[in-house]
Design a protein around this ligand. Structure first.
Ligand SMILES: NC(=O)c1ccc[n+]([C@@H]2O[C@H](COP(=O)([O-])OP(=O)(O)OC[C@H]3O[C@@H](n4cnc5c(N)ncnc54)[C@H](OP(=O)(O)O)[C@@H]3O)[C@@H](O)[C@H]2O)c1
Length: 424
């Protein structure tokens, strides 16, 4: 039997899940692959913290050098989180010839070229299935299964916290209550900013797009809007028109240029990912040969994430070669203002004649056409009445310019603009 001497960097949620799964599957690894994993060292911050798994104290360490300098350890699994020191520790492991498996999207999205260079220098492997969408094998799909295709677009629900909050809002909850409930259930961090303002999804979209389009995409290339300014009222109005609101990560190649957005958007209810609700994730990929495929499942959680980490560990142990990632710099601009989509405008306007004429005057001035105008039910004695205007697909630049003028109208109170992604 071949024993793979392993070290962990971190023993929190994911680390404990990986530790448990390695134990649960040990007979299967032995019988299927004649393989055993031995977790020799585990780096933590606090040696005395109670752990959810039983680990002998002498295997824990706070000194990363003990792992770097241990020649028996050939595989290191990282689930510390954050960019630093995680990225530097992984780089040191790779330079020491140890293969690295990571669940850390932040470190990967921000330090990928440096990690990849270190891996190439020593021939060590860098594996990261768990860094995007937890248990869903989307990295393997892009790296291997779709090698025969040119990927044309990706549309994903890749942040479970946002999806949970929006699902609860569509059931009638206000944003703050849905967020508080997500925090109570452990689906949102005490500080939810990275999830609800889109930074988490931005890292994941940068990773997916780099693989899908073979270009070095960084987090700065992704335009990002969060969900914290959305209202239950707007969700309900959209639902009445047959749309579901999702926080989407979208990447598409258009006229030789990449366009990358993380933003909330209405999808027609018939879209396959519109029905993916709660903390679930989904990724919808369009390839030139395969056409449309969809992967969905749990995008977080200790055991789903451990599923991806341990599968990567088995790949390292059985020497399954990870295709190299091309890190040529892209010379193509990422033009956010060229984004084309329909728009859903939820306005509150004074209920007097001439207001709608002014509104349509502005839309027409910027070459925008209204696809529908609806005046939903109004609250008794409300000073302003809600009006929903949807537009036909138009350029981002024109919509933004029109919004500046619409917001300047004295008769217009709040204006909430939500993009509409149609099925092509
Ligand atoms: N949780 C999920 O469902 C999930 C899903 C997919 C991906 N991920 C990713 O997996 C990673 C870990 O997430 P998690 O939820 O397991 O985090 P966590 O519960 O906070 O665990 C982090 C672990 O890393 C250790 N650690 C952190 N900084 C350290 C440092 N500077 N030196 C030594 N040890 C350090 C901590 O040690 P102590 O215990 O001693 O403090 C802890 O054991 C993150 O990158 C996350 O984005 C998580």
């Amino acid at each position: 039997m071949k024993t793979i001497h392993t070290a962990f960097l971190g023993l929190g949620n994911v680390g404990c899940g990986v530790y448990r799964l390695l134990d649960m599957q040990k007979e299967a690894f032995a019988s299927r692959s004649d393989l055993a994993f031995s977790v020799d060292r585990i780096l933590v911050r606090d040696l005395d913290r109670p752990r959810r798994v039983k680990v002998s104290r002498d295997r824990l360490t706070v000194d990363v050098d003990e792992i770097v300098n241990d020649p028996d350890i050939t595989l290191v699994a990282e689930f510390m989180g954050g960019i630093e020191p995680a990225a530097t520790y992984m780089e040191r492991m790779l330079l020491a010839g140890k293969s690295v498996v990571t669940a850390n999207k932040q470190a990967l999205a921000n330090a990928w070229p440096r990690l990849s260079a270190a891996a190439m220098k020593t021939g060590a492997g860098l594996y990261f299935e768990a860094s995007v969408c937890g248990g869903i094998p989307v990295i393997e799909t892009l790296l291997s299964s779709l090698q025969s295709n040119r990927v044309e677009s990706i549309m994903g629900i890749i942040n479970g916290t946002c999806n949970y909050i929006l699902s609860r809002m569509s059931e009638g909850m206000e944003y703050e209550d849905a967020l508080a409930e997500a925090q109570e259930k452990g689906l949102a961090e005490p500080d939810p900013t990275a999830d609800v303002e889109g930074a988490d999804a931005t890292c994941k979209l940068a990773i997916l797009s780099t693989l899908a389009f073979g270009k070095s995409v960084t987090v700065d290339d992704v335009y990002c809007e969060g969900i914290s300014s959305l209202t239950r009222e707007a969700l309900q109005f959209g639902a009445d028109m047959g749309y579901t609101l999702k926080s989407l990560a979208v990447a598409k190649e258009k006229d030789g240029r990449l366009q990358l957005h993380v933003h909330p958007a209405f999808l027609p209810n018939r879209h396959p990912i519109a029905s993916v609700s709660g903390a679930y994730n989904a990724v919808y990929i369009r390839g030139n040969a395969v056409e449309d495929i969809m992967l969905s499942g749990k995008g977080a959680g200790d055991m789903p994430t451990a599923s991806s980490v341990v599968s990567d560990m088995v790949k390292v142990a059985t020497r399954q070669v990870h295709p190299a990632v091309d890190f040529q710099e892209s010379n193509r601009p990422y033009l956010d203002e060229d984004w084309i989509c329909g728009n859903f405008l939820c306005l509150h306007v004074e209920d007097k004649s001439g207001v709608m004429a002014k509104l349509f005057g502005i839309l027409s001035h910027y070459g925008l056409s209204a696809a529908s105008v609806t005046q939903p039910r109004r609250a008794e004695k409300a000073e302003r009445v809600p009006v929903i205007v949807t537009t036909y697909p138009c350029r981002e630049q024109a919509m933004r310019a029109a919004l500046v003028d619409i917001r300047a109208l004295p008769e217009v109170g709040s204006v909430l603009r939500i993009r509409m992604e149609e099925m092509e």
